[in-house]
Design a binder for this molecule. Structure first.
Ligand SMILES: Nc1ncnc2c1ncn2[C@@H]1O[C@H](COP(=O)(O)OP(=O)(O)O)[C@@H](O)[C@H]1O
Ligand SMILES: [Mg+2]
Length: 263
C-alpha cells in the first residue's frame, strides 16, 4: 500500500498568553511532503518533540491536519468525514503504540483484545480461528487467547499488541516506538517476526524508533525529523553512514548502538 502526503501540517493553538495577546501556537508539523511506496519499510527518527508522532497520527487520520492531504493508493483521505467514511482506511492500517499495557484492557481476555478489530471493522470469517492464527504469527501460543493481560510479561504483551494490530490483515503497519519498552533479546525476536511477516505478506511498514539497530535491521529507508520537518530522507545505509545533514550526524553520534558499515 502506498501513502502520499502533500503539504501536510499541524498547528496546535493554545490559550492566549495575555488578554489582548494572540493565542499561543505550536507548529507540530510544518508543511511536509512524504512518499511511502507499496511494500517499503521506512524508519522515522528524530529527537523527542520533533513531530514523529504527529506525522504518523495524521497519516492514519487519528488527527486532522491544519493544511495538506494524505492519499492512500491514490485515494484521498477525507479528514472531515464520518467514522464510516474512514472505515476503508482503518481496514487497511494497523497501529502499535509504545506502551502495550496502557492499550490492553485488563478485564478482557487476550483473545477478545486481539479479535476486537475483527468485530469493530465487521470482518467476516471464523474470527476465533483468525485470532489463534495471528497469535502464532507473533510467536505466541494459540491457547493464550483464553488468558488475561496481567498473566503476561512485557515482551508478551507487546506481541499481543502487535497481534491486535495485524489481526485484520492490514496492508500497512505503523509502529510508534513499538519496541522501545523491551529488552534486547525480546526486541530481536520481535524484529525477526516482523521481518518474516513483511516478507510473507508484503506489509508496508512505518516505524518510529529511537533505536538505530531496529531501523538498520528492518527499514529500507529513513526519514529524519527535526523541529516539525523532515530534514533528511534516503536509503537506510546512506542516511546512517553518510548523512547529508549536520543534524543527522549529531543525532546519530548521540546514539551509541550503530554498528560499523558493511559493504
Ligand atoms: N495536543 C497538543 N497540543 C499542543 N502541542 C502539541 C500537541 N501534541 C504535540 N504537540 C507538540 O508538537 C510537537 C511535536 O510533538 P510529537 O509529534 O509528539 O513529537 P515526537 O513524537 O517526535 O516526540 C512538540 O513540540 C509537542 O509538544
Ligand atoms: Mg512521539
Amino acid at each position: 500500500m502506498s501513502m502520499t502526503a502533500r503539504q501536510l501540517s499541524r498547528v496546535h493553538r493554545g490559550p492566549r498568553t495575555s488578554v489582548f495577546g494572540p493565542p499561543s501556537r505550536t507548529v507540530a508539523l510544518h508543511p511536509t511532503d512524504l512518499d511511502i511506496a507499496d511494500g517499503e519499510s521506512i524508519g522515522i527518527i528524530g529527537e523527542s518533540g520533533s513531530g514523529k508522532s504527529t506525522l504518523i497520527r495524521l497519516l492514519l487520520a487519528l488527527d486532522t491536519p491544519t493544511t495538506g492531504t494524505v492519499a492512500v493508493d491514490g485515494t484521498n483521505v477525507d479528514f472531515t468525514g464520518s467514522a464510516a467514511s474512514l472505515h476503508w482506511l482503518r481496514r487497511r492500517t494497523g497501529l502499535v503504540f509504545q506502551d502495550p499495557y496502557a492499550s490492553l484492557d485488563p478485564r478482557m481476555s487476550v483473545g477478545r483484545i486481539i479479535g476486537e478489530p475483527l468485530w469493530a471493522l465487521d470482518i467476516p470469517g471464523d474470527r476465533r480461528a483468525r485470532v489463534r492464527e495471528v497469535l502464532e504469527d507473533v510467536g505466541l501460543d494459540a491457547a493464550m487467547a483464553e488468558r488475561y493481560p496481567h498473566e503476561f510479561s512485557g515482551g508478551q504483551r507487546q506481541r499481543i499488541a502487535l497481534a491486535r494490530a495485524l489481526v485484520h490483515r492490514p496492508s500497512i503497519l505503523i509502529g510508534d516506538e513499538p519496541l522501545s519498552a523491551l529488552d534486547v533479546t525480546v526486541r530481536a525476536q520481535i524484529l525477526e517476526q516482523l521481518a518474516e511477516l513483511r516478507e510473507r505478506d508484503g506489509l508496508t511498514l512505518v516505524l518510529v524508533s529511537h533505536d538505530i539497530g531496529v531501523v538498520q535491521s528492518l527499514c529500507d529507508s529513513v526519514a529524519v525529523m527535526s523541529e516539525g520537518r523532515i530534514v533528511e530522507r534516503g536509503a537506510t545505509a546512506d542516511v546512517l553512514h553518510h548523512p547529508a545533514q549536520e543534524y543527522t550526524r549529531r543525532l546519530l553520534a548521540a546514539i551509541p548502538t550503530i554498528s560499523p558499515e558493511r559493504d
